[in-house]
Design a protein around this ligand. Structure first.
Ligand code: LCS
Length: 399
C-alpha cells in the first residue's frame, strides 16, 4: 500500500502496517535486523558524495541504519511529526534535544515533576555545562510565564507526569513558549501517541523513553525524538553523531515489534488501571489516588481535552506512610517490585526512595512525592487477579 493511502487509515492499522511493507531487497514482511556497523560504498566517489551530503546512502550505524530508519519513520507517522531520530535510551533522547537546541549561558524552563533521571540531568549535568534550569509548577501558566527571559530556549514538560500523573495544558504551554521564541518539548512516554499527540496541540518536539510502552515487554532500552525535519537532521548529524548515543538495530527491531500491538496493549493497560484506581479510591487504608481517568483528579477535564485515554500509570498514598508502603510492596505476590514501567507485567515501586530519590527532601515535599506514595505500572494481566493481589497485600498493612 502507498504511504499516502496508509496515512488515511486508523492508528491501529498504521501500527501494524506502518513500518514500510516488505523489505525491498528480500521481500521479508518484517523489517530485517540490519546488524551491521558499516556499509560498503560502491566506489570512492560514491563514498565521498555520501559523506558530503550530496547523495543518499548508509555509511555507519551511528549515523543511520535501515532498521532504525523503519522505526523512525513509523514513530514520526504515529506522532504526526515530519521526522524522528532513534536514540539509545529515553535519557539520550532528552539530552540530544537539549544539546541540539541550547548552548551554555542559556536557560531552560522545566516542569517541577519529571522522571527523577531527567530532573538529575537538568539539575546536575546541565548546570555543570552552564545551562541553567528553572523549575516551575507547570499547572500554573503565570508561574511558567514569569520564569522566561530572553535566554530561555526550551520549555520542557512531562504530561502525565512521573510519578504523580499531573496533567499539563500542552496548548497553553506551546503558546507561552512561542511568545518567548522558545520551543516546547513534551515527554510523551506515559500517554504514548495512541492516547496523546502533543504536536497537534502546538508542541515542537516529542521525546519518548521507548523502553516503556513503545517496546512494551520490558526487554529493551531505547528512545526517540519526533519533530521538524530541520531540527531532527541537525540532531542526527551533529549532536547524536558527536555524543554517540545511537540505538542498536536489534533494539530498533524489538521496538518495531512492540509498536504493532501498542493500541491493544494501551487499551488493556488503561482498562485495568481504571478498575484498580476505582478499587483503591474506596479502600480504607488509601488516602489519595492519582489517576487522570478519575473525576476526582484535579486536571481530569484537561486530560479529557488533550488525551483520548488515560493510560496504565497510577500513584496512591497510604494512610500508614512509608512503613505501610514497604509492607504492601513486600507483600504483593503477582506484582513485581521493580522500577521501569509500561511493561506487560505489573510493576510496583516507591518513588521517594527509588525513581525520584534524586529529588531533595524539600523538592519531594513541594511536588507531593510523599513517603507513603506508591507507584503502580498496571500491566495487561487479568484485572481481577491484580485486585486480589492488592487486596491480600493491603490486608497485611496495619490500619
Ligand atoms: N522519561 C520518562 C517519563 C521516564 O519515565 C523515563 C524513565 C525516562 C524518560 C528515561 O528513559 P530511559 O533512559 O530509562 O529509557 N523512567 C523510569 C522509571 O520511572 N523507572 O525506571 C526508569
Amino acid at each position: 500500500m502507498k504511504e499516502s493511502e496508509l496515512r488515511k487509515m486508523s492508528f491501529a492499522t498504521i501500527c501494524v502496517h506502518g513500518s514500510g511493507g516488505p523489505d525491498p531487497y528480500t521481500r521479508a514482511l518484517n523489517v530485517p535486523i540490519y546488524q551491521s556497523s558499516t556499509f560498503a560504498f560502491r566506489s570512492a566517489r560514491e563514498g565521498a558524495e555520501i559523506f558530503a551530503g550530496e547523495r543518499e546512502g548508509y555509511v555507519y550505524t551511528r549515523l543511520g541504519n535501515p532498521t532504525l530508519v523503519a522505526f523512525e519513520r513509523e514513530m514520526a507517522f504515529l506522532e504526526g511529526g515530519e521526522a524522528a531520530l532513534a536514540t539509545a535510551s529515553g535519557m539520550a533522547a532528552t539530552t540530544t534535544v537539549i544539546l541540539t537546541l541550547m548552548r551554555s549561558g542559556e536557560n531552560l524552563v522545566a516542569s517541577d515533576t519529571l522522571y527523577g533521571g531527567t530532573h538529575e540531568l537538568f539539575r546536575h549535568t546541565l548546570s555543570k555545562m552552564g545551562i541553567e534550569v528553572r523549575d516551575v509548577d507547570a499547572t500554573k501558566p503565570e508561574e511558567v510565564e514569569a520564569a522566561f527571559d530572553a535566554n530561555t530556549r526550551i520549555l520542557f514538560i512531562e504530561t502525565p507526569s512521573n510519578p504523580t500523573l499531573k496533567i499539563i495544558d500542552i496548548a497553553k504551554m506551546a503558546e507561552i513558549a512561542h511568545r518567548h521564541g522558545a520551543k516546547l518539548v513534551v515527554d510523551n512516554t506515559f500517554a504514548t501517541p495512541y492516547y496523546q499527540r502533543p504536536l497537534q496541540f502546538g508542541a515542537d518536539i516529542v521525546v519518548h523513553s521507548a523502553t516503556k510502552y513503545i517496546g512494551g515487554h520490558g526487554d529493551t532500552i531505547g528512545g526517540v525524538i519526533v519533530g521538524p525535519k530541520e531540527i531532527i537532521e541537525k540532531a542526527r548529524r551533529e549532536t547524536l553523531r558527536d555524543l554517540g548515543g545511537c540505538l542498536s538495530p536489534f533494539n530498533a527491531w524489538l521496538l518495531l515489534r512492540g509498536l504493532k500491538t501498542l493500541p491493544v496493549r494501551m487499551e488493556r493497560h488503561s482498562w485495568n488501571a481504571m478498575r484498580i484506581a476505582q478499587y483503591l479510591s474506596f479502600h480504607p487504608k488509601v488516602s489519595k489516588v492519582y489517576y487522570p481517568g478519575l473525576r476526582i483528579h484535579p486536571q481530569h477535564e484537561l486530560a479529557v481535552k488533550q488525551m483520548t485515554g488515560f493510560g496504565g500509570m497510577i500513584a496512591f498514598e497510604l494512610k500508614g506512610g512509608r512503613r505501610a508502603g514497604e509492607i504492601l510492596m513486600d507483600s504483593v505476590k503477582l506484582m513485581t517490585l521493580a522500577v521501569s514501567l509500561g511493561d506487560v507485567d505489573t510493576l510496583i515501586e516507591h518513588p521517594a526512595s527509588m525513581t525520584h530519590s534524586t529529588y531533595t527532601r524539600e523538592e519531594l515535599e513541594k511536588v507531593g512525592i510523599t513517603e507513603g506514595l506508591v507507584r503502580l505500572s498496571v500491566g495487561i494481566e487479568d484485572v481481577n487477579d491484580l485486585i486480589n493481589d492488592l487486596s491480600q497485600a493491603l490486608k497485611k498493612v496495619p490500619a
